[in-house]
Design a protein around this ligand. Structure first.
Ligand code: SF4
Length: 220
């Protein structure tokens, strides 16, 4: 693995991305086109990323999310937007109520794992940041593992992300401005209430905070 530069909390995300592109030319970017993901796509394109942006269509996305994907694909023709479909023989419709972990495993994690098994990139670029949730408060710029996970936005606050998106007139998912600060599938997402974490509207009341892409046994 390429040696890490001496990043600190003041390092600009673009510098992290530029290093990542050099150290990992095969890097790939999964995205759900939330505010963080949209900002990351813009910064990465500016820094020279020309790879794929992989989105998993679980079958339960809000129409606004699919429109956001299409608007981003139109705005960044230099990137390749790939939509991965949840597989065949899916469990019944109600699994998101009876077994949300199993539902995410089949509809979300497995399609991305299959995609990564084919592509086998040495690193992933993703948009997670510390202030999204208390469970993400320690995210570093670079997480080591069999495959490095690079988090260029780790230290940016929601206010910084919003300001950047507005300055650059990015096509943010319109649900965001209605309080959906983190947007996943419609059965498992609600608007966030004042004072809550940005991700508090995900799986609210289900005792679940992550889909399994970034934590857990099957994490990317
Ligand atoms: S977020 Fe909800 S509907 Fe989407 S895959 Fe996970 S449990 Fe299923």
């Amino acid at each position: 693995m390429a040696k890490l530069p001496e990043f600190n909390e003041h390092t600009h995300p673009t510098d992290v991305i530029a290093w990542a592109l050099q150290a990992h030319p095969d890097i790939l970017m999964p995205s759900a086109f939330n505010l963080n993901g949209t900002v990351l796509i813009d910064l990465a394109a500016q820094a020279g990323y020309r790879g794929e942006v992989a989105f998993v269509d679980t079958g339960y996305h809000f129409p606004e999310t699919l429109v956001t994907r299409d608007r981003l694909a139109e705005r960044y023709p230099e990137l390749t937007f790939v939509t991965l479909k949840a597989g065949q023989n899916l469990p019944d419709e109600g699994q998101y109520i009876t077994d949300p972990d199993g539902c995410c495993a089949v509809r979300k994690v497995a399609p991305l794992q299959n995609y990564l098994a084919q592509k086998n990139p040495s690193a992933l670029l993703n948009g997670r940041s510390r202030d999204q949730a208390s469970t993400r408060a320690e995210i570093p710029f670079v997480e080591e593992g069999a495959r490095r996970r690079i988090n260029p936005l780790a230290y940016w606050t929601r206010e910084q992300l919003e300001a950047y998106a507005q300055e650059q007139e990015l096509p943010v998912n319109p649900l965001y401005w209605d309080g959906f600060l983190s947007i996943g599938c419609w059965p498992c997402t609600r608007a966030v209430r004042p004072g809550e974490d940005a991700r508090a509207g995900r799986w609210a009341g289900k005792g679940k905070t992550e889909c399994g892409l970034w934590v857990g046994e099957k994490a990317l």
